[in-house]
Write a new protein. Structure first.
Ligand code: IGP
Length: 264
């Protein structure tokens, strides 16, 4: 049986091929040019981190996941986005992948228009065309999952993000991927504590990889963060930002839960 990443990569390639037939590179770039100007994603993380002396929060709008199934039944992106902003999030992450996460491209603009926060388009990028598409959808930052692509494509995605004035979060899972991130030269690097192959979560991943991250990179601890103690733990491991979805999405009162997670 092929694992989940291979399965996702396969349907993404098919999906992108169809989208590219419908909308050429020139056409998608024209749409990107009319999108609302990028909000500095990395800059917001840096600023909030300095102001609070704690890791800045990237709060994720996620309805479901392959490992957990349905996470949030009453799913309303603008309402959730405003609750996150009021609770103290520095940035948002919005799942747009449909088949695995019950996301939708439209959720990105809905969440972004409801707040003043910079937004990450959380999706699986397998083609540089998707970078222009992300900007056209309003994204301020894209995600580059190294486990899914080779260095040539990763470098292309990174330079396209730069060309469109967006930030790029380079996601790593192990030492080899962290070495690749260093060679790529990105300035925003994530450590995903969840293996995208086995779904197992371990905050030790951040502790192990943080010291290997590029010197100039802002480090984001991703996944499996549930309590203020978890935040303190990854903060002690030098994470300057955290990416949190499930633990906040499961709370009835998202604003209060967000504030409590960030309380020192
Ligand atoms: O819900 P969690 O455990 O707080 O995790 C959020 C985020 O890190 C996770 O959704 C994620 C991190 N990298 C990804 C790549 C694709 C899809 C999802 C993800």
């Amino acid at each position: 049986m092929t694992d989940v990443l291979d399965r996702i990569a396969a349907y993404k390639r098919e999906d992108v091929a169809a989208r590219k037939t419908a909308t050429s590179q020139t056409a998608i770039e024209a749409l990107a040019a009319t999108a609302s100007a990028p909000r500095g994603f990395r800059a917001a993380l840096e600023r909030v981190g300095e102001e609070t002396g704690r890791p800045a929060l990237i709060a994720e709008i996620k309805k479901a996941s392959p490992s957990k199934g349905l996470i949030r039944p009453d799913f309303d992106p603008p309402v959730l986005a405003r609750a996150y902003e009021a609770g103290g999030a520095a940035c948002l992450s919005v799942l747009t992948d449909g088949p695995s996460f019950q996301g939708d491209d439209a959720y990105l603009g809905l969440a972004r228009d409801a707040t003043s926060l910079p937004c990450l388009r959380k999706d699986f990028l397998v083609d540089p065309w998707q970078v222009a598409e992300s900007r056209a959808l309003g994204a301020d930052c894209i995600l580059i999952i190294l486990a899914m692509i080779d260095d040539t494509l990763a470098a292309e995605l990174l330079s396209e993000a730069e060309r469109f004035g967006m930030d790029a979060l380079i996601e790593t899972h192990d030492e080899a991927e962290m070495a690749r991130a260093c060679a790529l030269g990105g300035d925003l690097v994530g450590v995903n504590n969840r293996s995208l192959r086995t779904f197992e979560v371990d905050l030790e991943t951040t502790e192990r990889l943080s010291m290997l991250s590029p010197v100039r990179a802002l480090l984001v601890a991703e996944s499996g963060i549930f309590t203020p103690d978890d935040v303190a733990r990854v903060s002690a491991a030098h994470a300057q930002a955290i990416l949190v979805g499930e633990s906040l999405m499961r709370q009835a009162d998202v604003e209060t839960a967000t504030r409590q997670l960030l309380a020192a």
